[in-house]
Write a new protein. Structure first.
Length: 172
């Protein structure tokens, strides 16, 4: 079953984040051309650099929000997504959330999914604070780590949500 991507990751940030690991891998490749301890250190630098690039490449391919088989999939943690039945999601709206949640400094635009009050099983989830938060039936996706958010994006999400609700109610 194919998934439909609703909210893409912020590829610009992820691609820029690959610069330092690429420099590390290149320095490692250069160091491996030398003898002795340089060769070993270079090999470690090369492997670590390419490992980090691989992890960032996986993040580039992983959406922040997608629909698959009647389930909305929220990628806000390491590993697989949190899945929520599409009929539990009531709407999306735009908000401001702290970019540094622990310090409460810079605000960034975020998108929030409101879940039905009756869906008590989905009130709380453990997520990476840098990616968002999930509390009291509200799922916040920080704009830093997803495609550029605007009123048009939120309207598109709500339109697609209405269509998904309609599709879920249609007998097959």
């Amino acid at each position: 079953m194919k998934q439909e991507v609703w909210l893409k990751p912020n590829r610009r940030v992820l691609l820029v984040s690959m610069i330092l690991p690429a420099l590390l891998a290149m320095a490692g490749a250069w160091a491996m051309l030398h003898d002795g301890a340089w060769r070993i250190a270079g090999g470690v630098m090369f492997v670590v650099g390419f490992g980090l690039i691989g992890l960032l490449a996986v993040q580039c391919a992983r959406p922040r929000l997608a629909l698959r088989g009647g389930q909305l999939r929220f990628w806000l943690k390491s590993g697989g997504p949190w899945e929520v039945p599409v009929d539990v999601v009531e709407c999306f709206f735009i908000s401001r959330a702290s970019a540094k949640p622990a310090e409460g400094e810079t605000n960034v635009v975020s998108v929030v999914a409101r879940l039905a009050e009756s869906a008590v099983d989905f009130k709380q989830r453990a997520v990476k604070p840098a990616l968002g938060k999930w509390e009291e039936g509200y799922v916040t996706i920080r704009g830093t780590w997803c495609e550029r958010l605007s009123l048009d994006v939120v309207n598109r999400l709500n339109q697609r949500l209405r269509e998904a609700h309609r599709d879920a109610q249609t007998p097959r």
